[in-house]
Ligand binder design. Sequence first.
Ligand code: ATP
Length: 327
Amino acid sequence: MSVILEVHDLDVSFTAPAGSVRVVRGVSFSVGTAETVAIVGESGSGKSVTALSLMRLHDPDKTRISGSVKFKGTELLEVPEIRMRSVRGNAIGMIFQEPMSSLNPLMQIGDQIAEAILLHRDKSRTEARRRALGLLIQVGIADPERRMREYPHQLSGGMRQRVMIAMALACDPEVLIADEPTTALDVTVQAQILDLMRELKTRTGSSIVIITHDLGVVAELADRVVIMYAGTKVEEGTTEEIFSRPAHPYTIGLLGAIPSLTRNRNDGPLTEIPGQVPPANQARVGCSFAARCSFSSSICFEIEPKLEQVSSSHVAACHHKSEALLA
Ligand SMILES: Nc1ncnc2c1ncn2[C@@H]1O[C@H](COP(=O)(O)OP(=O)(O)OP(=O)(O)O)[C@@H](O)[C@H]1O
């Protein structure tokens, strides 16, 4: 499998009046052709900032990004903004958590999708509208001709999310970045959107980076998983490795905090990981998970653990990973 997107040593800081805050710290991962990689972690772990950095969507006056983001060998952090515009929504599509903030409330659905096509493709308006209609059918919107003429507020949350997916797919992107695509939806609609993404993944063969704090979504869609904690990657492995042999206590905590496919209703309430993610501006000594970790010992509060190989496809940053693996 060839690598399509390669992120190396990504570091993101925001400048604030009280000094700069480093929220993503040296994160590296790669995405292969037709592969789905999930980035997982609690709220505030830096998942969305990472995703937005890949597309260079942060305000350049308030953000410092370093490291490397290579798309098919081209360094995206260095290409001129004008070229970046032809990457966004074209070679790389994005689906955001809250479609209402990304759709234009004053524009009919059909026109919005057609615009997205006309921006990047040399097509007539009629052809673009025809493709827009085809995309609405593809994402399972009932009565698509009528929906083409409607405005975002006339659609349900699930339908708006489908429209976002249709827009993201408008130019057949090679990589799709989906940031919490189902979070704002109710459970039944979440399941439908996941079915849709799974079907698209098989049909279009595009690579997907999915950002989520929901391990159920990961189990459904991902080939590989990157676990983020407090701005760093703490573990990465195949979905099978992460679910059956987690090597980082944080991952074990996350797994304990979700309903598993085999868990049943009478197993009692879900566990939560006690404590909170340390604030990004807090000075770091040792492992940032140590204070919440049941495996921690004195070394964890003194020396930051480095990522080390657990298997050829599995890495974890934990002084106690051997014990964690046996837990
Ligand atoms: N524009 C910004 N300026 C300053 N700090 C920011 C900015 N955007 C995000 N942050 C901070 O960066 C950290 C990581 O945020 P991020 O949104 O990436 O987390 P997340 O893992 O995606 O969480 P969630 O699941 O809640 O979206 C947080 O501490 C957040 O407050």
